[in-house]
Design a protein around this ligand. Structure first.
Ligand code: C2E
Ligand code: MG
Ligand code: MG
Ligand code: MG
Length: 289
């Protein structure tokens, strides 16, 4: 990349840079139609209570089945959607779709939806959430919104007032990927978070014997307890990791061990917006529900 080339160096425009720009533009264009062509869908991954493995929520994760390139990861296309200013539209669809799906689950099970920084900056996020709840009839208490600390980097008080309004409505908030960003404790005061999600990288390191990572997890667990928040460990793949995170005191666990993100399909239900819902994925009908 040009910016990696070093200070004071002359950076020439190389052919690969054009290729990269073309590639970006082409994906951007494809993404514009993806929503309307039904190429986007949601996969749901369980979050379980650590003490008894009961499912407390499913996290909705975006999937893009590209017609020629196959499946593209959200870590690739969400940033493209942000750059192309498509994320608000995709995010609104995701919220409505996830809320609709959750109406078919037991009432004790929440749905967790990831929000992009840009959605939180948008004028109408509160309205979008209200609309998704109203149109689907999902109780606000069953919706959890996940965001990373990065949302606090570029904001003033507008963000905080939006988060407060959502909290007052009954929606809960979770701080995602904790530990990978600035992890400033101040952020925990800026909103009333119901849960902190510890990033998978700490879980991996701690289970591989990193005393530092284990100490960090312990500190986050203590912090969460003191602030009466749930503490969720991400990326649990093995029984050993499950045992280690239980021992460290994480109250909730998520990872392939309990279920991979899954999007079994079923025929579209008769809903007010059935026409625009191309796919209605359901979570695994496993025995946990
Ligand atoms: P995230 O919110 O931290 O989601 C967890 C990611 O970890 C998911 O990746 C999930 O598939 C993966 N994962 C869960 N358990 C395990 C495990 O045991 N082992 C491993 N190796 N991975 C595990 P995914 O689905 O690729 O999503 C990546 C990221 O894309 C998400 O990270 C989230 O930041 C973003 N994303 C996904 N869906 C949405 C969305 O609807 N809106 C926005 N704005 N971002 C989204
Ligand atoms: Mg998440
Ligand atoms: Mg996460
Ligand atoms: Mg993560």
């Amino acid at each position: 990349r040009a910016k990696d080339a070093g200070r004071g160096r002359v950076c020439r425009f190389e052919p690969w840079m054009q290729d990269e720009a073309d590639e970006q533009r082409s994906l951007e264009n494809d993404l514009r139609s993806a929503l309307y062509d039904g190429q986007l869908s949601l996969a749901y991954q369980p979050i379980v209570r650590s003490s008894d493995d009961q499912v407390v929520a499913y996290e909705a994760l975006l999937r893009w089945q590209h017609p020629t390139r196959g499946s593209i990861s959200p870590t690739v296309f969400v940033p493209i959607a942000e750059e192309a200013r498509l994320i608000n539209e995709i995010g609104a669809w995701t919220l409505r779709q996830a809320c609709q799906q959750a109406t078919g689950w037991p009432e004790t099970v929440k749905v967790a939806v990831n929000l992009s920084v840009l959605q939180l900056e948008a004028e109408n996020l509160f309205g979008t959430v209200i609309h998704a709840l109203a149109v689907t009839g999902l109780a606000p208490q069953r919706l959890q919104l996940e965001m990373t600390e990065s949302v606090f980097l570029r904001h003033g008080s507008k963000l905080e007032s939006t988060l407060t309004k959502l909290r007052d409505l009954g929606v809960s908030l979770a701080l995602d990927d904790f530990g990978t960003g600035y992890s400033s404790l101040g952020y925990l005061q800026r909103a009333d978070f119901a849960a902190i999600k510890i990033d998978r990288s700490f879980v991996k390191a701690a289970t591989l014997g990193s005393a530092e990572s284990a100490a960090i997890i312990k500190a986050i667990v203590a912090l969460a307890r003191g602030l009466q928040m749930e503490c969720t460990a991400e990326g649990i793949e093995t029984v050993a990791e499950q045992a280690a995170m239980r021992r460290l005191g994480c109250s909730q666990l998520q990872g392939f061990l309990f279920g991979r993100p899954s999007r079994e399909q079923r025929p579209a239900e008769e809903t007010a917006f059935a026409a625009e819902v191309h796919r209605l994925p359901v979570p695994p009908s496993g025995d946990r529900l």
